[in-house]
Design a binder for this molecule. Structure first.
Ligand code: ADP
Ligand code: MG
Length: 718
């Protein structure tokens, strides 16, 4: 970037901080809207209610101080017609404008009190100095001016001191200096299947549309240029995923046998009748496991849909075939919880289970590792430290990753790689010549199918779309803080009826310290002031493992009636007798998280209640989240809304995990292009053929590898 004319090392750093590290990034920094400065509206023809770009001359401007705020007002004129513009709290505009300057304004036209027209808070650009006469570089000025006026003009998001105009000039310069002979990395056949514009042309026109281009298409990113750029981005991701998938399919795995003895063993452990969804999903998993290629399956199921038992059944298939199973959970509490149920369900049936977590004492850890290495331990349950800490298995046959959404996609990919490492480090076993273990990934985040295709394109997907019988939907209410006495009274009644309750302080990552204090304080207050006659427990991530375990055990056994907790209980915790959950500051937390939390109740036959407390001023988005929670118990519905409110990046946890944050594509808006990209990726991988040469395939794969390496740090893909 720093070698672009007029950028240099200092600006390059500013841009890099904004995620624009290379010239290629800059080229994909597309305008967020366009202004029609070819046919700007004349003031005389403006109508109240429309969005419009208007170009005219500044007549006068000034700052008014009302009692409440400073208001900046500007009058722009075109001949005799006038338009008033108003900015609130805008003392900073005071010295920006001079009478006679040309300005471009964009905003919603309204009628003012005197029947004239005005635009409130318009976006503006001062074109004034473009028209100034003279100066050293007349030609350059003219060229710059021609970028600002008399055409469709791209409007970029400014960053710090870098204005839209700055981006316009730099990007234009780069476009004009692009090597005209760059080969197109997308094979010609693929381009012709979809009538895609050539790359160079697409880049140019996405920034500088032709005069006749449709404004609707531009705004919707649906011009030929946009489509090409979006497809381009999706295609190389899909190509990587497709290749990965084929390679996995080609590897040798373990063909587990599913004979009558195994079937009987699976059935024997069931403490209840499985739902038909559970039966179907187990069948899908079992059929994968019987095949010689390694299983890579994602199991999606809403909170409480009963994934655990299905995982246990899959584990039995592997164990009965003489293999070991690793079950990994994102938190220590969840690992313990699984250990607890595995002991109830599996140990009783004679299977040998160990728990391996980071906080075990050294001696104990060494013991457990020995058991694993010697093959005594059949099911190993642990946090993902389990795999990351070079554990040697005697013969690992199946890896189950629970609550994958807590890991993030990149971590998942790393885990898969660790699985490979685990295989490499496994003590050599004469029986098998290094087959790949099967992998089952479970998640409670329901992802619309097409989206699952992008992010998990290398996995097969099963869905548990049915809840076990007898669940009544959780009754959810959103309640203001002031009413907490009533809420506590309600909790007391539920406990008197023999139930238990959670009081949750969701931890916000950046001020965890303070939130923990809040949970601790709340715990003290509830115990000493409100529920003096009851047992109130406290659970948060910073407690010693032994304390956590004891608290969970006591809550499970009903010795603790009220559990004050942070979001450590978000995943997996299963105490069916708990029927109330009070969530403090509920408005500050994401929908997915709220839904997960609420999933801790409504697990038994008794009616359950979720109380969302909100204090102080709640943001509009916060209100919408609370509202969604009150209205729906359906994970899919909630996920779609969440996706809508937060956008895909946040939804999939880009922040924590650094997954595909797309430069131009938007996987919600561009679902169809995503499907097309997947189809074309499969076409390219299965080539060469009459339409597609080896050289083209190689070029596309090279491009894919360099992009995956640059964006996801996964050089080994493909
Ligand atoms: P999740 O999918 O959220 O991991 P769990 O596996 O923890 O859900 O199951 C939630 C609860 O439902 C557990 O108490 C489990 O014992 C119970 N459960 C699961 N399947 C059934 C079933 N088919 N019939 C009755 N209860 C079930
Ligand atoms: Mg679970």
């Amino acid at each position: 970037m720093q070698y672009v004319k007029g950028i240099g090392p200092r600006l390059a750093e500013v841009l890099a901080a904004k995620g624009l590290a290379t010239v290629d990034d800059l080229l994909h920094y597309l305008p967020f809207r366009y202004e029609d400065r070819l046919n700007p509206r004349s003031v005389a023809e403006l109508r109240a209610g429309e969005m419009a770009t208007v170009i005219g001359e500044v007549r006068n401007s000034g700052l008014f101080r009302t009692r409440r705020m400073p208001i900046f007002q500007l009058t722009m004129g075109q001949g005799r017609a006038k338009l008033k513009c108003i900015w609130f709290h805008a003392a900073y505009l005071q010295d920006r404008f001079q009478a006679g300057q040309m300005v471009a304004l964009y905003g919603k036209v309204e009628e003012d009190r005197d029947g004239g027209l005005q635009i409130m808070q318009p976006q503006f650009e001062i074109l004034g100095d473009i028209y100034e006469e003279g100066g050293a570089d007349e030609a350059e000025k003219k060229a710059a001016a021609s970028l600002e006026i008399g055409r469709i003009v791209p409007i970029y998001e400014s960053t710090g001191k870098l204005t839209p105009r700055w981006f316009r000039q730099k990007i234009r310069w780069v476009l004009e200096n692009l090597n005209p002979d760059l080969p197109d990395p997308i094979p010609a056949a693929v381009r012709s299947h979809l009538s895609l514009a050539p790359m160079r042309e697409a880049l140019f026109k996405a920034h500088w549309p032709d005069a006749g281009e449709s404004f609707n298409d531009l705004q919707a990113s649906r011009t030929a240029a946009h489509i090409r750029l979006i497809f381009d981005e999706l295609f190389f991701i899909e190509l990587g995923l497709e290749l990965k998938r084929r390679e996995q399919k080609a590897q040798t795995g373990i063909a587990f046998s599913l004979n009558d003895a195994v079937r009987a063993a699976i059935k024997k452990i069931l403490p209840f009748h499985p739902t038909s969804a559970q039966k179907r999903v187990l069948k899908e998993i079992a059929s994968d496991m019987q095949k010689a290629c390694p299983m890579r399956r994602l199991l999606q199921g809403d909170v409480g849909s009963g994934k655990t038992i299905v995982a246990f059944q899959a584990a039995i298939i592997a164990i009965e075939n003489g293999y070991q199973v690793a079950l990994m959970a994102p938190t220590e509490i969840l690992a313990q919880q699984h250990y607890f149920s595995a002991r109830q369900i599996l140990e009783r049936a004679g299977y040998r289970i160990v728990l391996l977590t980071g906080s075990l004492e050294q001696d104990r850890k060494r013991d457990v590792r020995r058991h694993i290495k010697q093959g005594n331990a059949q099911l190993v349950i642990g946090t993902h430290a389990l795999i990351q800490d070079r554990v040697e298995f005697e013969n690992l046959g199946l890896v189950i990753v629970d609550e994958q959404h807590r890991f993030g996609v990149m971590q998942r990919l790393k885990l898969m790689r660790k699985t490979d490492d685990a295989r490499v480090e496994r003590a050599p076993s004469p029986a098998s010549a290094d087959p790949e273990p099967d992998v089952l990934v479970m998640t409670a985040t329901p992802i619309p199918r097409t989206l699952a295709l992008t992010l998990y394109g290398d996995l097969d997907v099963s869905v548990l779309d049915e809840l076990p019988p007898g669940r009544t939907p959780v009754v959810t209410r959103s309640v203001a803080d002031e009413r907490s006495p009533e809420v506590w009274e309600f909790v007391r009644k539920q406990i008197a009826a023999g139930h238990q309750a959670y009081v949750v302080y969701p931890v916000i990552e950046e001020n965890e310290e303070r939130e923990l204090k809040a949970a601790e304080q709340m715990h003290r207050q509830l115990r000493e002031k409100i529920f003096t006659e009851l047992h109130v427990g406290l659970l948060h991530g910073r407690l010693d493992a032994s304390v956590k375990e004891r608290v969970m055990r006591e809550f499970q056994a009903g010795k603790i009636e009220i559990l004050v907790a942070t979001t450590v209980i978000e995943v997996g915790v299963d105490v069916p007798n708990a029927t109330v959950m009070v969530i403090e500051h509920a408005d500050r937390f994401g929908l997915a998280q709220l839904h997960q939390l609420r999933g801790r109740i409504g697990r038994g036959a008794a009616k359950s209640y979720c109380v969302l407390m909100r204090g102080g001023k709640v943001s509009e988005e916060g209100e919408r989240r609370l509202d969604a929670m009150v209205r729906s118990n359906d994970g899919f519905q909630i996920a779609e809304l969440d996706l809508e409110l937060r956008g895909p990046g946040e939804f999939f946890g880009t922040r924590q995990a650094g997954i595909p944050s797309f430069r131009v594509a938007n996987i919600i808006r561009d679902r169809e292009l995503l499907e097309a990209a997947k189809r074309e990726a499969a076409f390219v991988i299965s080539g060469p053929n009459a339409e597609l040469s080896n050289g083209e395939i190689d070029r596309a794969l090279r491009e894919m590898r360099s992009r995956w390496a640059a964006s996801y740090g996964l050089v080994e893909v493909g």
